[in-house]
Design a protein around this ligand. Sequence first.
Ligand code: AP5
Ligand code: MG
Length: 213
Amino acid sequence: MNLLIMGLPGAGKGTQAAKIVEKFDVVHISTGDMFRAAIANQTEMGLLAKSYMDRGDLVPDEVTNGIVKERLSQADIREKGFLLDGYPRTIDQAHALDQSLKNIGIELEGVINIEIEPTKLVERLSGRIIHRQTGETFHKVFNPPADGYDEKDYYQREDDKPESVARRLEVNIAQGQPIIEHYRLAGLVHDIEGDQDIEVVFADIEKVLSKLQ
Ligand code: AP5
Ligand code: MG
């Protein structure tokens, strides 16, 4: 399957993507994760991306389109299919994606759109913790690690500080609507209620994906 997962920052894209990958064995492509890896490796692209990400702004389209296009051209995509998380984030990125997929002869099959009130998201992002070793995402209150946790084994994302969160929400609300409309016109969008327990959200997604398979 070739899929997008969309939703505002903190909607649960990464959380649900991990479950989708486990169950349906598609390749997870998260542009945010790719930029964070580039930052950790101190590449030139990482340094550039960091200046935008820390503020909560979008990395310029030409950079983002380039890394996605290159990733989509790799062999595992054709074998397994993909789940793009956090891309496209502007209507120009959506057009670039359409063109890239056309060029490689792959068709988009579905868009999972996780819907949730923006007011709920600040709490989600401020409580998010990520395991240093595995990279697995948890939440201090809503989804704590099963055996309790030691603060030093976890970190919080730089852009989860309040100033960046406010900007991320503002940017993504403004840019997101035309993208959803673009895919709605193509009949690809499946709306999922995001303000439910993680397992319930996943059950709703599973129902949609089982029909697409
Ligand atoms: P990115 O990494 O994509 O971040 P984001 O879109 O802001 O989304 P998040 O990863 O913060 O949230 P999520 O929806 O994955 O939620 P999660 O599952 O973690 O992008 C970061 C930055 O990179 C951007 O701001 C931009 O600068 C740059 N970038 C990336 N892509 C780009 C692009 N295409 N173009 C330009 N720039 C780009 O869940 C959040 C928390 O809530 C967790 O703690 C989780 O445990 C908890 N939670 C999840 N689901 C539930 C639930 N159902 N109930 C209760 N708690 C829940
Ligand atoms: Mg994420």
